[in-house]
Design a protein around this ligand. Structure first.
Ligand SMILES: NC(=O)c1ccc[n+]([C@@H]2O[C@H](COP(=O)([O-])OP(=O)(O)OC[C@H]3O[C@@H](n4cnc5c(N)ncnc54)[C@H](O)[C@@H]3O)[C@@H](O)[C@H]2O)c1
Ligand SMILES: O[C@H]1[C@H](O)[C@@H](O)[C@H](O)[C@@H](O)[C@H]1O
Length: 340
């Protein structure tokens, strides 16, 4: 029987995941959709023949919901995830798991008290083929011990509602998660440098920003976040080791030669860049649930770690200082969980 999924939040990514669960992933059925915008929930639900419960609480309690997908705004995630754990239902939560470390720890404690993993966080880069290849090379030891990582996260533009804090909370949070996973290491300090701002931004915004992270093993990471780069959606990651380096491949694109020029297309949004990763992420989630297994993807602990580092990075930019991340020790419950 298909896993019956209830979706809380029918905005941009909620609708995309509803489509994915309905058209791309086998073994899943979206049975309920809710949103504080009732009309939006109604339209999204009607497209897949789902019901519209009044709110997240009603949806989580419903008999026709086996698993919950949280795609509402970040500050609302903790409440829905805690309700799902209390109901003993698996819950996939888009990033961030919660906006404060305290709320993330409440989720971690509730899950440990339940005794079994229920939570997966939507850090889809761990499912990207290029990042998986990068990890294989690093883990194989071919480039020796990693020493330095150079990253760039560029968006062509962002809406006016995007704030300078979001460069860490919304954008860099992907690198924060994927680098912890790639290097099997923790980020212990963070610093932000703000170069000359681009003129092609809203006045309130510090853009670009350079974030500097240090890991427990002493690896240094520089990350350029540039969300009004104009030219495309561009994700770069290069790890330098003692004996070589490994670089994230650009997405495959045909090379065109014409009029004395050779060109390849650059993608323009994250939807296209990570489409396959999102598909794999949900396929693996539904496969685990169908088998009655715990989810294998990024865990509540990974969600906690990412929130600690992204919040510290906001504090680092605001204060102009190097900020320690002050992370709790990882409980044994999560020692082998969330490694994908
Ligand atoms: N993994 C990724 O790359 C990725 C990409 C985009 C967004 N996201 C995350 O997904 C989440 C949603 O982002 P979005 O771009 O779809 O935003 P959005 O604003 O388009 O959609 C959010 C929807 O949630 C609804 N909502 C808010 N609070 C609610 C509540 N308590 N109960 C029910 N509905 C509620 C809103 O009315 C809205 O329709 C965010 O946390 C965002 O960071 C992740
Ligand atoms: O919410 C989006 C999304 O997470 C994208 O993957 C990221 O590139 C954007 O910067 C962010 O605003």
């Amino acid at each position: 029987m298909a896993v019956r999924v209830g979706v809380i939040g029918a905005g941009w990514i909620g609708q995309d995941h509803i489509r994915r669960l309905t058209e791309t992933v086998t073994g899943a059925q979206v049975t309920a959709v809710t949103d504080i915008d009732a009309a939006r929930a109604g339209e999204a639900a009607a497209r897949v023949g789902a019901r519209v419960p009044a709110d997240g609480g009603e949806l989580i309690a419903a008999d026709d919901v086996d698993a919950v997908l949280v795609t509402s705004w970040g500050p609302t995630h903790a409440e829905h995830v805690l309700n799902a754990i209390a109901a003993g239902k698996p819950v996939f939560c888009e990033k961030p798991l919660a906006t404060t470390a305290e709320d993330c720890l409440k989720i971690v404690e509730a899950e440990m008290a339940h005794g079994r993993r229920l939570v997966q966080v939507g850090f889809m880069r761990r499912y990207d083929t290029g990042y998986r290849q990068l990890k294989q090379v690093i883990d194989s030891g071919r480039i020796g011990e990693p020493l330095i990582v150079h990253c760039a996260h560029r968006n062509p533009t962002v809406p006016q509602s995007y704030t300078s804090d979001m460069a860490a909370l919304d954008t860099a949070v992907h690198e924060i998660d994927v680098l912890r996973w790639l290097l099997d290491d923790e980020i212990i300090s963070t610093q932000v440098i703000t170069p000359r701002a681009t003129s092609k931004r809203f006045e309130h915004l510090k853009d670009p920003q350079i974030m500097l992270f240090e890991t427990a093993k002493g690896v240094r990471i520089d990350l350029e976040v540039f969300v009004n780069c104009q030219y495309g959606y561009d994700i770069q990651c290069e790890t330098v080791g003692e004996e070589g380096l490994v670089r994230l491949p650009d997405p495959a694109a045909v090379g065109v030669r014409t009029a004395a020029r050779h060109s390849t297309e650059v993608l323009t949004d994250w939807v296209g860049r990570f489409r396959d990763a999102f598909d794999t992420e949900f396929r693996e989630w539904i496969t685990a649930l169908t088998a009655g297994d715990e989810p294998t993807g990024p865990s509540a602990w990974d969600g906690y770690a990412a929130t600690v580092v992204s919040n510290a990075t906001v504090a680092a930019r605001q204060s102009g200082r190097v900020i320690g991340t002050d992370m709790k020790p990882r409980p044994g419950f999560y020692a082998t969980r969330g490694l994908v």
